[in-house]
Design a protein around this ligand. Structure first.
Ligand code: PGA
Length: 249
């Protein structure tokens, strides 16, 4: 059985004090239902403090990006061993905002995913088409290319620890969620892609998340789809009450 993984991506929001206050109110005493896992992805600056605040709770930590080298002269960057050291279990890779604003390519995504796996982190590899690409009926070719290049040369052993997040760019931060049917169609495509390369057993175990305007009202209809195994939640995770409702969909 695949676990239901729900990640709150805070993006560039919250100071250390705000993050710790959120964590105390949110995680303390929260029982997560069996088979579900709850994760918060705060900015880098709050990781270490949150790791202490979330100790002994059911909530784990995710970083929003990583560099592919372990250390070196890369001013401004953070490596996978550093993230592990700061208490992370997961790391987002290739979020569409990284691709759009910082020019991240599928090749960068691939190097980052490999570095995360090597360090013992679980990479959450993000894919998704823009509105123009969807309207031009290129959704599947875009996703195929992002997966082919982003997961290039990752061993079968390693891919078991990878997570894929489908986030249609047109649904991120817009209030326009993909319908459960639209999302399921792409999730099914992603699982078939993994099956072609790694076999059906591995594909059946891969956790595929949906992201893009997830909120307390649409979480359940998305999560009841066959190939939607979890949610990557942006805006609605900033408020602990709405994130809690999503977790308990
Ligand atoms: P959103 O963001 O929920 O605010 O649309 C999702 C994401 O970018 O991960």
């Amino acid at each position: 059985m695949r676990r239901a993984l729900i990640i709150g991506n805070w993006k560039m929001h919250k100071t250390v004090a705000q993050a710790v206050e959120y964590a105390r109110g949110f995680a303390a005493g929260m029982t997560v239902m069996a088979g579900r896992e709850v994760v918060i992805a705060p900015p880098f600056t709050a990781l270490h403090a949150l790791s202490a605040a979330l100790k002994d709770t059911d909530v784990s930590l995710c970083a929003q990006d990583v560099h592919w080298e372990q250390e070196g002269a890369y001013t401004g960057e953070i490596s996978a061993p550093m993230l592990l050291d700061a208490g992370c279990r997961y790391v987002l890779i290739g979020h569409s905002e990284r691709r759009k604003w910082f020019g991240e390519s599928n090749e960068d995504v691939n190097r980052k995913a490999k570095a995360a796996l090597k360090a013992g982190l679980f990479p959450v590899v993000c894919v998704g088409e823009t509105l123009d690409e969807r309207e031009a009926e290129q959704t599947f070719s875009i996703i195929r290319r992002q997966l082919k290049e982003g997961l290039n040369n990752i061993s079968a052993d390693d891919i078991r620890r990878a997570i894929v997040a489908y986030e249609p760019v047109w649904a991120i931060g817009t209030g326009k969620t993909a319908t459960p049917g639209q999302a399921e169609e792409v999730h099914d495509f992603i699982r078939q892609f993994i099956a072609r390369i790694y076999g059906t057993d591995i594909a059946a175990g891969i956790c595929i998340l949906y992201g893009g305007s997830v909120n307390p009202d649409n979480a359940e209809s998305l999560m009841t789809q066959k190939d939607i195994d979890g949610l990557l939640v942006g805006g609605a995770s900033l408020d602990p009450e709405s994130f809690r409702k999503i977790i308990h969909y």
